[in-house]
Design a protein around this ligand. Structure first.
Ligand code: SAM
Ligand code: DTB
Ligand code: SF4
Length: 326
């Protein structure tokens, strides 16, 4: 018999279950896989249709030349990765991409910019993009970096539905990865996003050389946001030559599945997104992620600068699994 878990027992009710300790999350990550999947799948079914996934399309509206030093990122100006810098896209090109994403079946369109954060002169054209994408009937999401006071409100007024800003890893490991802004800066932006009434999309990355305790620390941070994020992207590091993290030992799929399950158990109502890294995963690996409670993916051939499975492969995968979309 397994020892009883230190984690709070999760009832079917949506009431907040109290703070998650790092130890309790680590105990989840360490469970025998069948027990972990059973718990995750049970909760998943209480809150979601387990046969359906939500599809988000991504577009890099401003690419490369970023002053920050995130060690995973091909868009930092500090690393020679071959990514070509591109100024902010014109509005009509964004509308064209969003129209194509809608035709392919995406329900949400996420616009990403390689900024530390937007200046006011940057925000104005992005606001026009948000309005135009929203007018196409898509849910809107933006990830523009750190926000200053008042900026989240401007985005909310434009009709933005979600703002993505990741914590990336545990507070303890964070300083090994990023030196140009700290964990507190990220939490401040998340508070501004929440304060403006936007839905929060916040997650992290595995495979950066962190240990299991750091993974548990990330999940505990996310789950203890009050309220926890509506959308939780779990990324597997996409290794890009020229970045400091190129050459890391890749994370095994079972460890990745464990993270998805821990996100599902600790944040039962959230959309847990099987995010970057799918191009390197087998169909079987992705299927396990869905069984563990993932119910959203990035959809379309490209993430921001790196590849993603093509639409035909994803359609075939969902069909093989007897699953549909939201
Ligand atoms: N520049 C803004 C920022 O950092 O907040 C927004 C865009 S940034 C590319 C969004 C997120 O993408 C990062 O926080 C990180 O979690 C994820 N990301 C970036 N490069 C990645 C990679 N190589 N593999 C996996 N995820 C990555
Ligand atoms: C998130 O958590 N993952 C996406 C999205 N939010 C913006 C980005 C993944 C980027 C992967 C590397 C690239 O394509 O540049
Ligand atoms: Fe810049 Fe965002 Fe990349 Fe960090 S993750 S280097 S802030 S684009």
């Amino acid at each position: 018999m397994n020892a009883p878990l230190a984690a709070p027992q999760l009832a079917a009710s949506s009431a907040r279950q109290g703070p998650w300790t790092v130890e309790a999350v680590q105990a989840l990550l360490d469970l025998p896989l069948p027990d972990l999947l059973y718990r995750a799948q049970t909760l998943h079914r209480e809150h979601h249709d387990p046969t359906r996934v939500q599809l988000s399309a991504l577009l890099s509206i401003k690419t490369g030349g970023c002053p920050e030093d995130c060690a995973y990122c091909p868009q930092s100006v500090r690393f020679d990765t071959g990514v070509e810098d591109q100024q902010l896209m014109p509005l009509d090109a964004v509308i064209e991409a969003a129209t194509a994403a809608r035709a392919a079946g995406a329900s949400r369109f996420c616009m990403g910019a390689a900024w530390r954060g937007p200046k006011q002169k940057d925000l104005e054209p992005v606001i026009e993009m948000v309005k135009a994408v929203k007018a196409l009937g898509l849910e809107t999401c933006a990830t523009l970096g750190l926000l200053k006071d008042g900026q989240a409100e401007q985005l909310a007024d434009a009709g933005l539905d979600y703002y993505n800003h990741n914590l990336d890893t545990s507070p303890e490991f964070y300083g090994d990865i990023i030196h140009t802004r700290d964990y507190r800066d990220r939490l401040d932006t998340l508070e501004r996003v929440r304060g403006a009434g936007l839905n929060v999309c916040c997650g992290g990355i595995v495979g950066m050389g962190e240990d299991v305790r750091d993974r548990a620390g990330l999940i505990a941070q996310l789950a203890n946001l009050d309220p926890y994020p509506e959308s939780v992207p779990i990324n597997s590091l996409v290794q890009v030559e020229g970045t400091p993290l190129h050459g890391q030992e890749p994370v095994g799929i079972i460890d990745f599945v464990r993270m998805i399950a821990a996100a599902r158990i600790t944040m039962p109502k959230a959309f847990v997104r099987l995010s970057a890294g799918r191009a390197a995963m087998t169909d079987e690996g992705q299927a396990l992620c869905f069984v563990a409670g993932a119910n959203s993916i990035f959809y379309g051939e490209k993430l921001l600068t790196t590849g993603n499975p093509d639409v035909d492969r994803d359609r075939r995968l969902l069909e093989t699994l007897g699953m549909g979309t939201l």
